[in-house]
Design a protein around this ligand. Structure first.
Ligand code: HEM
Length: 494
């Protein structure tokens, strides 16, 4: 008697579950958009869920498979309906134009109670908090303020110059040492002791900066669940107790802010700004400046060294520019005017970011329904993007689209020599009101490092295996899977 009842209940439950899967997986078809079926849990991102592809590569495939659509309706992880935008005009509308206010929020799940300091980061904050925090920071990055950071950068470059021995080195490690040295000095006026050989700091460790910050964004066994929590599921974040900034680091940052020097540094300028900042606001901004300031730039420097090592002709071209500018500046390259003349070097950095953008996609949440044109060119009418929908801006896919960049996998800095208007075709720093405010500082510190390292040395791959770079499928910011092993060789000038 009981067994048939259990069977019937189980059958009903299974049917109900199947119906729910079918219902969820057809969300977009019910709304009149063509697109793939959304599978339970993994949506259309099974390769990301299984750590086979990075999230940028998954979006790139969806982008490439739908060349005739202006946007693709698909399902992110946990079967969340999302729209991947392909069309340049719609991208402009949501990043820069009228609809920006309706989808200004970044999809990044950070718990404001667990992550008090990170919650002040404009990249994470939304609404009025974003407006206030962004305004605080933007004032630090005017051209004249950025110029004032040059003495910090020059000092770090002098130490960097001593790191060019003939031994094999891991480029991301060297680049992180350098950018941490710069950022600690620019933000706090502190010597982070990251490039000083075997010196130990007051705490007895070689450098707490290196020990605590260098591993923060590198691939580990925890990276995939953390990236999933950050980009896809606040519930998963709660479950694994994810923190964007570990608690020990938050406490240390508070101590550093309290002990900062009062010289020419970003925190000092912030504390002199018109708006009086509370203690946690100042510590929050310090956290933002540090984390945003070192990782993206060190990644850029490491990938640029790699691209130059495998593209010898371009490296030679860059060195011709370094020699020419140095010749006209008494042998020096690190003053404002000389750095400003390194246009090919800057184009090399932009081309590096095209192929290896730090963020492979930007993801925005619609906070108020708005209309976009019909899905296919030639179709009439509009489609309403409903509140809550995630809009994916597939940066990596756009950067590798042959329509915008012929032979997209070839490294050609010339593409950026005479570019005046890039529209939404180059999104390494985002675009519009949310665009990266630290772009100038990021490019300046990286350009100075590249000029320092390559003025007297060639960079080469450590061995032939290094010619093929693999990107980690686990991390939120682009990282290489197994490091980038290179070596320097003293230059002989012909
Ligand atoms: C090469 C170096 C860098 C790259 C590639 C980079 C890239 C980016 C990208 C892609 C965004 C997201 C834009 C969006 O949401 O639309 C961003 C935001 C941001 N970046 Fe950078 N960045 C770099 C350097 C820096 C530096 C040096 C700082 C400061 C010290 C900085 C501070 C910020 C901040 C505060 C935001 C959040 C802006 C907002 O949401 O309003 N970045 N960056």
């Amino acid at each position: 008697m009981l067994l048939p009842l259990i069977w019937s209940l189980l059958s009903v439950a299974t049917l109900l579950l199947l119906f729910l899967f079918y219902w969820h997986g057809n969300h977009w078809r019910r709304r009149g958009l063509k697109g793939p079926f959304g599978w339970p849990l993994v949506g259309n991102m099974v390769n990301f869920a299984l750590a086979r592809r990075s999230y940028g590569e998954v979006y790139e495939k969806i982008y490439r498979q739908n060349p005739t659509l202006k946007y693709v309706a698909f399902y992110r992880l946990f079967n969340e309906p999302a729209i991947l935008v392909r069309d340049q005009e719609i991208l402009r509308q949501i990043l820069v134009g009228n609809s920006f206010v309706d989808c200004a929020d970044n999809v990044v799940n950070v718990d404001h109670h667990r992550d008090v300091l990170a919650s002040h980061n404009p990249f994470i904050a939304n609404g009025e908090r974003w407006r206030i925090f962004r305004a605080d920071l933007v004032s630090l990055f005017t051209p004249s303020r950025v110029r004032q950071t040059l003495p910090h950068i020059t000092k770090a470059c002098q130490l960097l110059r001593e790191q060019t021995s003939a031994e094999n080195f891991e480029a991301k490690d060297l680049a992180t040492r350098y950018t941490l040295q710069v950022i600690a000095s620019v933000v706090f006026g502190l010597d982070a002791n990251c490039l000083g050989g075997q010196k130990v700091d007051k705490t007895g460790s070689q450098s707490r900066w290196l020990e605590w910050l260098a591993p923060l964004f590198q691939p580990t066994v925890w990276s995939l669940p953390e990236t999933m929590a950050l980009l896809h599921s606040p519930r998963l974040g709660r479950l694994i107790g994810h923190r964007y900034v570990p608690e020990s680091l938050q406490n240390w940052f508070r101590e550093l802010v309290a002990a900062r020097s009062h010289g020419d540094n970003l925190l000092q300028w912030l504390s002199e700004s018109k708006r009086t900042l509370e203690k946690d606001e100042l510590a929050g901004h310090a956290t933002t400046l540090l984390l945003e300031g070192y990782e993206t730039s060190s990644m850029l420097l490491a990938f640029a060294l790699y691209e130059l090592a495998i593209n010898e002709d371009i490296q030679k071209q860059l060195q011709i520019e370094l020699d020419k500018v140095a010749f006209n500046h008494d042998g020096g390259l690190l003053d404002q005017v000389a750095l400003g003349k390194l246009r090919y070097t800057e184009a090399t950095l932009l081309e590096t970011l095209r192929i290896h953008p730090a963020m492979q996609a930007l993801q925005k949440r619609c906070t108020k329904s708005f209309a976009i044109p019909a899905q296919k060119s030639g179709w009439k009418g509009e489609f309403e993007v409903q509140m809550g929908t995630v809009l994916v801006v597939p940066v990596q896919a756009i950067h590798l689209d042959p329509e915008f960049y012929p032979q997209p996998n070839q490294f050609q800095p010339e593409r950026f020599l005479n570019q005046i208007q890039m529209g939404c075709k180059f999104l390494a720093f985002g675009a519009g009101p949310r665009m990266c405010p630290g772009m100038r500082l990021g490019l300046l510190q990286t350009k100075a490092a590249l000029a320092t390292l390559l003025q007297d040395h060639r960079v080469l791959v450590a061995n032939q295996d290094q010619k093929r770079l693999q990107i980690s499928p686990l991390t939120f910011l682009t990282a290489s899977r197994r490091g980038i092993w290179l070596r320097f060789e003293k230059r002989t000038r012909d």
